[in-house]
Design a protein around this ligand. Structure first.
Ligand code: GLU
Length: 310
């Protein structure tokens, strides 16, 4: 797909410069006050391939709050830990609701629609807190291992800010507990979830750390099995149908890649058998997805013919 890597570098930089002025078209998340402190003009993009090529542009080496992108890693950890039991407690359907919606959870008796909306990610956080003696440390170690970079860190300022403004996530967790679908104590679950969301990573680190999902579960650098090919397929399927929240249908329709966004402005997209793209620009659209990040993915997918539906 990428035949000429120098050419891609030029193209990526040009796409980025064309998008740069459009940061006013979205709004930086402020329901977690620490996220509102980020510069709205930040912009970065990185393409990493399973054969070891990395091409970046703009702020692609600047760490940002990964937020919901952490849900992808949590899901892999939980699948590895409890296997198919996970799917008794969370479904794999698109929600058709906002990422932090409560209403559907009540109708569906505390079983979240999928693991990448907030309710589902809190359920996964419960699996991790109840199956790891030190789940936060296990999570951070997993991120460092996958990115081959021990400098990956937890941004404590973002953590504290989300903890202080996490009432909606607390409501989701307590509602699930009332239906018997959460094992651990809620403060412990929330603390784990906010910790994983508060991890800071750059586009380059994120792209590198997700290469296993483009490579049937195997880390292409170390050849270590991170998850089974079946689970890599399942994660990619969930990202295709639900990763961009209630814009997932439109994203599949126009871009056609498994992807996950976070309210920190990051978006990752998996290109099976090829590599990973990560973009970062903090202003979000009404669905909670980065405006510029989505545009950049559209540019790249079209330029390189990346859609999985071709
Ligand atoms: N920590 C955020 C929350 O729970 C994650 C949401 C997101 O990135 O979409 O609200």
């Amino acid at each position: 797909m990428i035949k000429d890597i120098d050419n891609l570098k030029v193209k990526l930089a040009a796409f980025l410069e064309a998008q740069r002025p459009l940061y006013t078209q979205g709004k930086v998340a402020d329901y977690i006050p620490a996220l509102a402190e980020v510069c709205p003009k930040s912009i970065g993009a990185c393409v990493a391939t399973i054969n070891g090529k990395v091409v970046g542009a703009g702020d692609y080496q600047v760490p940002f709050s990964i937020q919901s992108i952490s849900k992808v890693f949590g899901l892999v950890m939980a699948m590895n830990r409890i296997g198919d039991d996970l799917w008794q407690r969370v479904s794999m359907e698109p929600s058709g609701q906002a990422f932090n919606s409560i209403i559907q959870l009540e109708w569906e008796k505390g079983v979240p629609r999928n693991p990448v909306i907030n309710a589902g990610a809190l359920l996964v956080a419960d699996v991790l807190t109840s199956h790891f003696s030190a789940s936060k440390l296990a999570f951070l170690s997993f991120m460092r291992k996958l990115s081959h970079d021990d400098s990956v860190y937890i941004d404590c300022h973002v953590y504290e800010s989300e903890l202080a403004h996490g009432n909606r996530n607390a409501a989701l967790a307590y509602l699930m507990k009332s239906f018997g679908n959460i094992e651990s104590e809620i403060p412990e679950v929330l603390s784990h979830y906010f910790t994983q969301c508060a991890i800071a990573m750059s586009c380059e680190q994120l792209a590198n750390s997700l290469l296993f999902l483009a490579n049937k579960g195997i880390d292409p650098v170390t050849n270590e099995v991170i998850c089974s090919p079946k689970d890599a397929h399942r994660v990619n399927a969930i990202l295709s149908t639900s990763g961009m929240y209630d814009q997932s249908g439109e994203f599949a329709f126009s871009i056609g890649l498994p992807a996950k966004s976070g309210v920190g402005g990051g978006v990752i997209a998996i290109v099976p058998n090829y590599g990973v793209i990560c973009t970062w620009s903090p202003p979000l659209n009404s669905f909670g997805n980065s405006v510029i990040g989505t545009n950049l993915l559209a540019n790249l997918a079209e330029e390189l013919g990346l859609s999985i539906y071709h």
